[in-house]
Design a protein around this ligand. Structure first.
Ligand SMILES: Cc1ncc(COP(=O)(O)O)c(C=O)c1O
Length: 401
């Protein structure tokens, strides 16, 4: 049974997995190949070189693991740290919570810095912890750049500034799963030691590649880190990089060709244009939310996410019902509220391969569902606010100028 089918297209507005461009689907529609033939190493070489651009790094070393974001987390932690190492980690929503759970299960000693869901990481606490830590017992700072559960973006430039202010050598490990390729991300400039993402988010591929990028300092740390690792060991990859064969085990051939096509599309549009497009679609979404008289879960403008908006519903509405009805009635897929905000928010994912008119379709659908569940929305109000903004700001499509 095909659960996604209905007339027309499914409007996929969960914050990952996201819409896959037709060009990428076509690039992946191919047979298996011998990954030991010269073709796959040649392809991999271009991918490893080009993928650095999405992290804005020239000095980083990328790894393409056959995994998801969760595996990429594990790779970042186990390659750079030893059991018992002290970490400072920020809990601001479901994904930072899950990463912290992994850190604890891997036997690191985690200082959890918790904020109310809807707020960003508490960087004053970071500053006071670093100020007190003259003996440099803190080995790493772990932070989720964009908390997908609440639509909160943390300011990484400030994190780096605080680390520099205290001249603290802790590694900076960053989850960029719902930010990289969509939000401004500057690995080298912000001194990020390990950055990571998953293929099903802004790269607009199927799930299945966890991309991890390590700074020279992280690579150095990996030489003495004592955490047990096998599948995710950078050492094995580096050995195969040197040999020019690249893969210690079997990669997904189809995903590699898909990644090639996805990167080509991103570069054709221009990464800065891609980031500007995400800001445009996010701003339009926020204007619609205001026009509906609803609140953004994100409590301050400085934390507003350009990849996902979590919309708070009035207490008499169960947000899960909005998500259920949107899918059943309008073929619109919205994100559920997770954990602490379950039933209280629904999420509009506006990341990846997406354009202005697709977003207007989603906003129109949300309005109809809001009315369905008894919220007194004026049909067209959010769409009008978003369209007015988009009509003023949408540039010509870069490849058509
Ligand atoms: C910010 C963030 N980090 C990590 C993950 C986990 O990634 P995955 O589900 O690919 O393992 C997600 C998933 O949505 C995420 O949004």
């Amino acid at each position: 049974m095909d659960y996604v089918n209905g007339p027309g297209r499914n409007h996929l507005f969960v914050p990952g997995p996201v819409n896959i461009p037709d060009q990428v689907i076509r690039a992946m529609s191919r047979n298996n190949e011998d990954y030991r033939s010269p073709a796959i190493p040649a392809l991999t070489k271009t991918l490893l070189e080009d993928v650095k651009q999405i992290f804005k790094t020239t000095s980083g070393t990328p790894f393409l693991f056959p995994t998801t974001g969760t595996g990429a987390w594990e790779s970042a932690l186990t390659n750079t740290l030893s059991p018992g190492d002290r970490i400072v980690s920020f809990l601001i929503g479901q994904f930072s919570l899950l990463w912290i759970d992994q850190q604890q299960r891997l036997n690191f000693n985690v200082d959890v810095v918790e904020s109310e869901w809807g707020q960003g990481a508490n960087l004053d606490t970071l500053a006071s912890k670093l100020a007190e830590d003259r003996a440099h017992t803190i080995k790493a700072i772990c932070i989720v750049h964009n908390e997908t559960a609440t639509g909160v973006t943390n300011n990484l430039a400030t994190v780096r500034k605080i680390l520099n202010q205290y001249n603290h050598p802790a590694l900076l490990l960053v989850d960029g799963v719902s930010s990289i390729c969509a939000l401004d991300f500057r690995m080298d400039e912000w001194g990020v030691d390990v950055a990571l993402t998953g293929s099903q988010k802004a790269l607009s591929l199927p799930t299945g590649i966890g991309i991890v990028c390590a700074s020279p300092k992280a690579i150095e740390a990996s030489k003495s880190a004592k955490s047990v690792r096998v599948f995710f060991d950078w050492k094995d990859y580096l050995k195969f990089y040197k040999m020019g064969t690249y893969w210690p085990y079997t990669p997904s051939i189809q995903l590699l060709y898909g990644l090639r096509a996805a990167l080509d599309l991103l570069f054709e549009e221009g990464l800065d244009n891609v980031i500007a497009r995400h800001n445009r679609l996010a701003t339009a979404t926020r204007l619609a939310v205001d026009a509906w008289g609803l609140k953004n879960c994100t409590q301050k403008e400085e934390w507003h996410s350009d990849t996902v908006t979590a919309v708070v519903v009035p207490g008499y509405i169960d947000s899960s019902e909005i998500v259920r009805r949107a899918w059943k009635r309008y073929n619109l897929s919205l994100g559920l509220g997770l954990n602490k905000v379950a039933g209280k928010v629904f999420r509009i994912g506006h990341l990846g391969n997406l354009n202005e008119l697709q977003l207007l379709g989603c906003l129109g659908g949300v309005e109809m569902v809001l009315k369905d569940v008894g919220y007194p929305v004026k049909l067209g109000s959010g769409v009008a606010a978003a369209a007015a903004y988009l009509q003023n700001t949408t540039p010509l499509i870069p490849s058509r100028i």
